[in-house]
Write a protein that binds this ligand. Sequence first.
Ligand SMILES: Nc1ncnc2c1ncn2[C@@H]1O[C@H](COP(=O)(O)OP(=O)(O)OP(=O)(O)O)[C@@H](O)[C@H]1O
Length: 250
Amino acid sequence: MNDSVVLRTEDLTKRFGSLTAVDSVSWGIESGATKAIIGPNGAGKSTFFNLISGVLPPTSGEVEFHGERITGNPEYKIARRGLVKTHQTTNIYEESTVFDNVRIAAQTNRTTFNMWSKASDLTTVNDQTERVLERVGLTDERDRMAGELPHGLQRKIEIGIALATDPDVILFDEPIAGMSQDGRREMLTVLQELSNDPSLTTVITEHDFDIIMNLAEEITVLHQGAILTEGTPDEIAHNEQVQKVYLGGD
Ligand SMILES: Nc1ncnc2c1ncn2[C@@H]1O[C@H](COP(=O)(O)OP(=O)(O)OP(=O)(O)O)[C@@H](O)[C@H]1O
């Protein structure tokens, strides 16, 4: 792996009692790339994301971000360094407007926040919030209460909250799960735009293979916590081992 690797894991492992949910995973991603992590139910995808983003501490192994060890750091510290994971609408303040939800995140942005913010900084925060709303297609909903919005739009707020922190790396954990056909199409457009941004590195886990084929340059397949194989979407789509694990065989 070369110098442009922004995030990497080495022998990353998580055990829950006797179950090894993530098993010695060594993986990495170059700056600006879009990669996917896939695998059947229970393969360890969410746990892997939780270990990288600091939601869970690993049992063993390492996580490096920009060449520095972040293993076991809490989620808020990792987010401040520029690595965030989207949550499934659990971060939203339902009683606040869409604008305020994103603005609060922009205010805690590692580059703009300081306790003695000047008026000019607030203008920056408001401008940044507007830009993020535009990017995720929520400008028309900016003054609505977040709690009133349908699920698909709330998922966009979550992505807006992540983007407002000005991250280098975003981990998308099943971004279209439970969405309507229209919602999925809209979300795919947003995700495509983000994956084309060379200043953003994106990692996505998703059950919908069409979405993965449309977004990822490289796919890692997890099976029983370990890496089964890695390759381009085309290679993975034609890989017999992958087909077998998805059909439930070994
Ligand atoms: N907090 C926990 N305590 C005990 N076992 C857990 C915990 N979290 C996950 N597991 C187990 O670890 C394994 C991997 O789970 P994980 O949720 O990471 O898989 P996944 O690939 O994301 O699955 P899905 O596609 O169904 O979301 C599963 O067997 C799961 O039951």
